[in-house]
Design a protein around this ligand. Structure first.
Ligand code: NAG
Ligand code: NAG
Ligand code: NAG
Ligand code: NAG
Length: 337
């Protein structure tokens, strides 16, 4: 072997070593980014997190058969999923659903709403005036045991009853859940990442004064007849709403729910539930709202997620709102479990 051949061979070996190192490094890096979600700190938190010795349980102070101005309220269907968790669930998800939306409920049950350790899901609804549908709901409830139904008519203008019923159900039947997430039935929750977020970035013992969501500020009251959200001056006199949470996804800490319920029970009914509960009432009793925007996947990033994968859109706990059931499925398939 000549000197030249020898040094060529050495170069080859060095090259192989370098290539090998690059492969190994990228493999480890990939493994690392997949197994440890990289977590964004919440900016400007308006809440505190609890440690193992903090207590938040307080006595129930609520009339069971009153729902705001309805004095004969009762739960028509009332499952008890929290009874199996004497120490309290980490997360109870309550989903406002329309009795008609059985397809959405089925998709949620098979995707992000699957029951996993320490997370449970129930759907909130009122009564349908359609007898066939009512019977189907009874069937669905027997099969899945995850429908909470109140004895008010399920119409758009009754959605504040639905939200407050959710709070009431938590207070009376699931009061030990550390966190409560209220969503609509046309959204995606990145449930695995949500649990990481709750236990690592917040605290597995819960939090205090937490209302976090997509915060809306200086929202104008809609007066035009054409608007779905048209509100008369009699219903709401001011020109602007107070700061409030977009209702499609709101994360509450345990302590906040009985306080909101108590105030809601004695505040005159206003039908836009997110404005009413997370705006008017939260402001009245002095609970601040923290923005979760840095952890919400925007509509524009959905395609990026589908094409390039979850590493490229960054960590998120919630998808965009107003999704079709196909879209829910697509997003779900693109996020790792
Ligand atoms: C939690 O408990 C500790 C120790 O008792 C106390 O100092 C702290 O203020 C409590 N945190 C909250 C949010 O109440
Ligand atoms: C009642 O519900 C059933 C089942 O969802 C539906 O097929 C039917 O069209 C509904 N009837 C009316 C009058 O809306
Ligand atoms: C309810 O379920 C039973 C048994 O599975 C079925 O026979 C019945 O047709 C269902 N009723 C409705 C309204 O879907
Ligand atoms: C809301 O529900 C109540 C109780 O069932 C009912 O009396 C009322 O008419 C409903 N509201 C609307 C707008 O239908």
């Amino acid at each position: 072997m000549t000197e030249g051949q020898r040094s060529e061979k050495l170069e080859m070996i060095t090259l192989h070593k370098i290539l090998f190192s690059i492969c190994a490094f990228s493999f480890i890096y990939k493994y690392y980014t997949i197994t440890t979600p990289n977590i964004v700190q919440i900016k400007d938190p308006q809440f505190s997190v609890l440690g193992p010795y903090n207590r938040t349980q307080c006595a129930v102070d609520d009339k069971y058969d009153q729902l705001i101005n309805l004095n004969k309220f009762s739960f028509k269907i009332n499952p008890q999923p929290c009874g199996d968790y004497p120490a309290g669930l980490l997360l109870m998800i309550i989903i406002s659903s329309n009795p008609n939306n059985v397809e959405n409920r089925m998709i949620i049950r098979s995707t992000w709403g699957r029951n996993v350790d320490s997370t449970r899901v129930v759907f909130l609804m009122g009564e349908s005036e359609n007898l066939t549908l009512s019977n189907q709901i009874k069937n669905e409830s027997m099969k899945f045991g995850d429908i909470v139904q109140g004895n008010f008519i399920d119409v758009y203008r009754n959605m504040t009853y639905k939200h407050v019923m959710g709070l009431k159900w938590i207070v009376h039947h699931c009061s030990k859940a550390k966190y409560i997430l209220k969503t609509d039935d046309d959204v995606v929750v990145n449930s695995r990442h949500m649990r990481h977020f709750l236990t690592r970035e917040l605290s597995p013992w819960g939090a205090r004064d937490l209302i976090t969501c997509q915060v809306l500020e200086h929202a104008k009251v809609q007066r035009s007849q054409k608007s779905k959200w048209m509100v008369t001056c009699d219903e709401y006199a001011a020109h602007y709403y107070p700061t409030y949470c977009a209702g499609w996804a709101i994360l509450y800490s345990q302590d906040v729910v009985p306080r909101l319920l108590k105030a809601a029970q004695s505040t005159p009914y206003f039908w836009i539930d997110d404005v009413h509960i997370t705006g008017v009432i939260a402001q009245k009793i002095g609970i601040p709202r923290t923005s979760l925007s840095s952890l919400i996947l925007s509509q524009g990033k959905v395609n990026m997620l589908k094409v390039l994968g979850p590493e490229y859109v960054g960590p998120f706990v919630l998808g965009p709102p107003d999704l079709t059931s196909d879209r829910i499925m697509e997003i779900w398939k693109a996020i790792p479990e």
